[in-house]
Design a protein around this ligand. Structure first.
Ligand code: ZN
Length: 428
């Protein structure tokens, strides 16, 4: 196995002490072998003037919806969903794969190496994970049969998908209920049984909007989080996206059961869902919270740098308190806390010997990041950097973007095809 060393850069380790080091990294066998002064290696990356960070983790998205970018902007949520479902119903397996390749390129160009997805046809998305070199946590969408366009029962489909993809390189399959509004108790019980049997995570939209919460309360007498707790679905397997409309008692229930939250500030603000996830209270109760972009029809991009900045700003503005959500905490959400949410913090989320070499190298020799000194690196990463500053990306120690060139996919061909197919999809 060839060795690689990355020399001359600043390392934002995101280790326990959040150390920032001026040191070299030795990569061997897909892992970080050592940090410090490293000896000879077969290959070398010069990271002078750059900062090396753990690859960013997008904790909630629908990667293949890139082809639906810009289809329903500036409309009320009802109209947004109507338009989204209408286009979604016309999608083919082929364009789900194509949209995922486009999404993978977009994410890699923004330093994202891992993502958690919720969609159908995850077997097609898995192909894009394989061909792009990214790391995908792929949640097969689960709904009650009466609400789905999937052939067969969605829980059975999720089970087949998991059986087929479990243990594959860089692919982590799981079942992902769409939300309490389309998943009854029986569906969720079966999903939980499946996740327990296969020892996977579960992923779900939860308490995103006020109507969702109130309608569920009307139907069951319980708010969604408490209801999920009652039926045994609220557990440390669950990563719940949004949680913008939760009470402090629901936050405590989430904490007590060890469920995790994927916060999606841009999507929530763009769709004007109103509720702001109570992050300070979640942190007070030791809830693990990561950061997600959500899909391209509600964001409209997959840029985690934009997401980090928006996250910090939203909470500061909302609380009238500039000390809320400091840059370091926001960077944690996009790296180590995302890894903790995925139960992968022994392997991902920080730059430490023994962990997988999932890394992004960001060139700070740009107008928008000058001047850079050790003291403002974290601030730059959250408030100043843009996707365009990312130069190289490694996953499992493999250089999959070099000098902004995507190495495993044919970027030009994917973009041309996505333009053509996307145009047809949007125009109907
Ligand atoms: Zn979503």
């Amino acid at each position: 196995m060839e060795t690689l060393k990355i020399v001359g850069g600043w390392i934002v380790t995101q280790n326990h002490n959040r150390e920032i080091l001026k040191a070299d990294i030795l990569v061997e066998d897909g892992k970080i072998a050592s940090i410090g002064e490293v000896g000879q290696a077969d290959n070398m990356i010069d990271a002078s003037g750059c900062v090396i960070i753990p690859g960013l983790i997008n904790l909630h998205t629908h990667i293949s919806m890139t082809l639906m970018r810009g289809i329903a902007d500036d409309v009320h949520l009802d109209d947004f969903l109507k338009r989204t479902f209408e286009v979604d119903a016309r999608r083919t397996r082929e364009d789900v794969r194509l949209g995922s390749e486009l999404g993978a390129i977009e994410m890699l160009k923004g330093g994202t190496t891992s993502f958690l997805d919720l969609y159908y046809f995850q077997d097609e998305i898995a192909k894009a994970v394989e061909t792009s070199g990214m790391r995908g946590f792929l949640g097969w969408a689960v709904l009650d049969e009466q609400f789905t366009t999937q052939k067969g029962n969605p829980v059975d489909n999720a089970a087949s998908f998991i059986a087929e993809h479990k243990g594959k390189d860089r692919i982590y399959p799981l079942p992902a209920p769409q939300g309490v509004y389309v998943c009854g108790e029986e569906t969720l019980r079966r999903t939980q049984e499946l996740a327990t049997k296969e020892d996977t995570l579960t992923h779900m939209h939860l308490s995103e909007t006020r109507p969702e919460v109130y309608e569920h309360q009307k139907k069951t007498g319980k708010r969604p989080v408490h209801w999920l707790d009652d039926i045994g679905f609220l557990s440390d397997r669950l990563i719940a996206a949004h949680c913008g409309w939760v009470t402090i008692n629901e936050v405590r229930a989430i904490a007590q059961k060890g469920a995790r939250v994927a916060h999606c500030p841009v999507s929530n603000m763009k769709l004007a869902t109103g509720g702001v996830a109570p992050l300070p209270e979640m942190f007070d109760n030791n809830v693990i919270v990561g950061l997600g972009t959500d899909g391209s029809s509600s964001n409209n991009g997959l840029d985690m740098f934009g997401e980090m900045k928006t996250c910090a700003l939203l909470h500061k503005a909302h609380r009238w308190d500039a000390t809320v959500l400091p840059a370091q905490k926001v960077l944690d959400m996009a790296t180590i806390d995302g890894a903790r949410a995925l139960k992968m913090d022994l392997e991902l989320g920080s730059i430490e010997a023994g962990k997988k070499a999932d890394l992004a190298i960001i060139d700070l020799r740009a107008a928008n990041t000058t001047p850079s000194v050790a003291e403002n690196l974290i601030s730059h990463l959250v408030y100043s950097c843009q996707a365009g500053n990312v130069r190289d990306v490694l996953v499992d120690g493999k250089l999959i973007m070099q000098g902004r060139n995507i190495r495993m996919l044919d970027e030009k061909a994917v973009l041309e095809e996505a333009q053509k197919v996307g145009e047809e999809l949007i125009r109907g």
